[in-house]
Each structure stands twice: as C-alpha cells, then as structure tokens.
Design a protein around this ligand. Structure first.
Ligand SMILES: NC(=O)c1ccc[n+]([C@@H]2O[C@H](COP(=O)([O-])OP(=O)(O)OC[C@H]3O[C@@H](n4cnc5c(N)ncnc54)[C@H](O)[C@@H]3O)[C@@H](O)[C@H]2O)c1
Length: 382
C-alpha cells in the first residue's frame, strides 16, 4: 500500500477522495485542516485519521509518501514550504504560489533537497489530453500553427452557488474563488496541455478585467475575464480565454497545416478527440462537416463521479508522483512545469488593460505523451 496525507480538507478534498478511491493501492494516512469542525466532518465521512497539527502530520508521514496541499491558494506557499522543509514530496493544488518569488523559492528548495514538487491540474495525464497530444506528435494535422482554447464557465456570480456543497459537507468557497479569480483557478486546465504539447511559452500578450464588480458586494475581486495570446518557443501561437461571465464553453481547437484537432471539454478526462480534415473542392476550400474520432489504447476505466460538467480524476497526479518515487524515475509532472505554469498564469491574471506583452523567464524541458499507456488513464463518466 502507498500513502498520501492531506492538508486542507475543504471542498476539493472530497473530489480527491473520490478520485483516490479509484486506486486500490493508495491510502490516505492522515488529514489536517486548521478548521477543526471541517477536519472532523471530513475525517468522519471518509474514515481518515485526523492529525493533531501540520507538524504531527509531517512527522508521521513516510519518506516515500506525497503530501497533498489542498488548502486555499493564499496558504499554498506556507504549507508547501513546511512540507518541503520537513523533507516531504509535495503535490499542490494550483497555483503553486500566488507570487512568483514564492513559487521560485519552493522550486529552489525542492531542487536543493531532491524532493518532488508538482502542481495541479493533472488532467494532462488523462486520456483526452494524451490522445490529443499523441495525435499532434503523430502529425495527424501536419504542422500545428494555431490554438483557440476556451475556459468560459457561465455567469457564476448568478448561479445558486450557496447550495453547492461537497460530499462531506464543505460549502463551495465562493468568496475565495472570486478573490483568487477564474484565470488562476482555471487557466492551467488548458495551459498544462499546451505547454506539454508545444513546450514553454516565450511571451504572453494578455488583457484581464473585472466585469461584474459586485460579486462580493464592495469587496475587491480578481479579474473574471482574461484573454491571452501565447507565443510558444517552437512556433505555435495560442489564444486562451477564461471567464466566469460567458456561457460555458471549454472547447479547444488546434489548427494545423493539414487539418484541425478538436476537443469539447477540458474537465472530462474521457472527452472525445476529433479530427477535422480540410479539402479543396473545385474552387472552394472546405472544412469538412464530419469529424473522425481519434482513439488510442484500451480503456481500463477508473471511474469518478461527475460534478457539474466535470469528470476528472484528481488523483492521476499524486499517483504519477508515487509511481515515479517507487520506480526511481523522473516524475512526468515536473517542478519546472509547475513553475512555468505559475508564471504564465500570473502574467495573464495580472495583465489588466495596459500591460501588453510580458516575456517569460522560466523554462521547462519538452515533455512526451505516455506512449502506449493511454488506456491506463481513462476516466469514464460515473
Ligand atoms: N472548489 C473546487 O471546485 C476546486 C476544484 C479544483 C481545484 N480547487 C483548488 O483546491 C484548493 C482548495 O480549494 P477548496 O475549494 O477545497 O477550498 P476550501 O476553502 O473549501 O478548502 C480549503 C481548506 O483548507 C483549509 N486551510 C487553509 N489554510 C490552511 C492551513 N494553512 N493549514 C491547514 N488548513 C488550511 C481551510 O480551512 C479549508 O477547509 C484551491 O487551490 C482551489 O483552487 C478547487
């Protein structure tokens, strides 16, 4: 049996528990939350031992264990640095840190101590992303040139979000979500796929704005809309949009010289990936109305329950870290990827209306899809 421990037992921790349940060889050693009522409700619901404090949790954790930092974004740096200081591998919910300097510090400490440091999201290990990635690598659309990626979530401030409660009773933390903002919360769902496929982003030309200013009454909130043009090292250009204003749309299109690859949902690990060809018919150029589904590998189906439009297995990242540790190999979710993702995300979030272009200073080595392993990451709809 392999172990993880959990710090932060709020809304998302329940989604991790449902996801971890799909891995019969991973068990949760202990959990801690600074809110004692929340910790008690979580531990009672999932039958997980509560730790007396963070120090106790870290003292009891084994050296091959991964600590899952599922706290609110403002606590990520403090909790992850305590875990690294105690000599533990860390899987952090996004963002790695709210400030770039803090993220760089975590990256440096992990490197110095030889510890793994990765950040969510991990859907890049899921079947949809892996299929898309392999199709690009296999040249199914020729040379990729342009990506349009949408992460619009509907007009969330008008949704009945006060009724959204997790399995163990945690309310959806709307105030924190609105303060942190949809770009920091969501951009990573496609940025990780894009960085994995096309390498590091060299420069970001972005704009962001707060359009619905009264979400939290008079309290300030983060941008609820952002749009970024991302110039990748290896020539691809992408336009990524995030909002909690426009109608739900999570489509991504990758346009290449020989056709287009399309996926309709970033939050469904099993979302179909489709290829659309382009043909010359007499004097016209036609984008074919029919698409062909791309399939790789056999489905093994680690089922997780749906929540809203999502069907993601949040445990793919922690499981990959545990595999890397036990197999003595590099982890596919690298610390460099986490740091680069953090820098690109913050550049988009902080763009405002006047920043214009920002050159990225971090880098990450090119990644490759999990050859032949696509079926092992399929998550079916629950
Ligand atoms: N809510 C979602 O649907 C969702 C989905 C994916 C990812 N996430 C991410 O998951 C993370 C947590 O979000 P959430 O929705 O679970 O928030 P939440 O507020 O429901 O839960 C966070 C928990 O962390 C605890 N906490 C905060 N600081 C702590 C500290 N220093 N020590 C111990 N406990 C601490 C809080 O008491 C709280 O119970 C965020 O980074 C968020 O971006 C959330």
């Amino acid at each position: 049996m392999r172990h993880v421990s959990i710090v932060g037992t709020g809304y998302v921790a329940d989604l991790y528990m449902q996801s971890l349940a799909t891995f019969s060889d991973i068990s949760v050693r202990a959990a801690f939350d600074r809110n004692p009522e929340r910790l008690a409700a979580f531990c009672r619901h999932w039958k997980v031992p509560p730790a007396d404090g963070l120090a106790q949790l870290l003292e009891d954790a084994g050296i091959e264990e991964v600590i899952l930092n599922l706290t609110n974004p403002d606590s990520h740096f403090e909790v992850s640095s305590a875990c690294l200081a105690a000599g533990h591998h860390v899987y952090s919910e996004k963002p790695l840190a709210m400030e770039m300097e803090a993220a760089r510090t975590l990256h440096r400490i992990a490197g110095e101590k030889g510890l793994l440091l990765a950040s969510a999201p991990c859907s890049v290990l899921g079947k949809a992303a892996q299929t898309l990635w392999k199709a690009v690598r296999d040249g199914r659309i020729g040379r990729p040139l342009l990506v349009y990626a949408e992460l619009d979530d509907g007009f969330i401030s008008q949704a009945p979000y006060r009724q959204w409660v997790s399995a163990s009773g945690a309310p959806w933390p709307f105030a924190d979500e609105f303060r942190v903002g949809c770009t920091v919360e969501h951009a990573g769902y496609y940025l990780t796929w894009l960085i994995a496929m096309f390498g590091p982003v060299r420069s970001v030309t972005a704009a962001s704005a707060v359009l619905d200013e009264t979400k939290l009454g008079n309290l300030p909130t983060a941008p609820d809309f952002s749009v970024a043009v991302l110039f990748f090292d290896h020539g691809v250009t992408a336009r990524l949009t995030c909002s909690i204003i426009a109608r739900h749309d999570h489509a991504m299109r990758i346009v290449g010289e020989a056709g287009t690859l399309e996926v309709g949902e970033a939050w469904d690990n099993s979302a179909p990936v489709r290829l659309r060809r382009r043909r010359r018919v007499r004097r016209r150029l036609i984008e074919m109305p029919f698409t062909r589904r791309i399939r790789f590998g056999e489905a093994t189906g680690r089922k997780v329950a749906r929540f809203g439009s999502a069907s993601m297995n949040f445990a793919l990242g922690p499981a990959e870290m545990l595999d890397a540790i036990s197999e003595g190999r590099p982890c596919r979710l690298t610390a460099d990827l986490a740091l680069h993702l953090n820098e690109v995300t913050l550049a988009i979030q902080q763009a405002g209306s006047t920043t214009g272009t920002v050159r990225m200073t971090t880098d990450c080595a090119p990644l490759e899809p999990m050859s032949g392993a696509m079926g092992q990451t399929e998550i079916r709809r629950g």
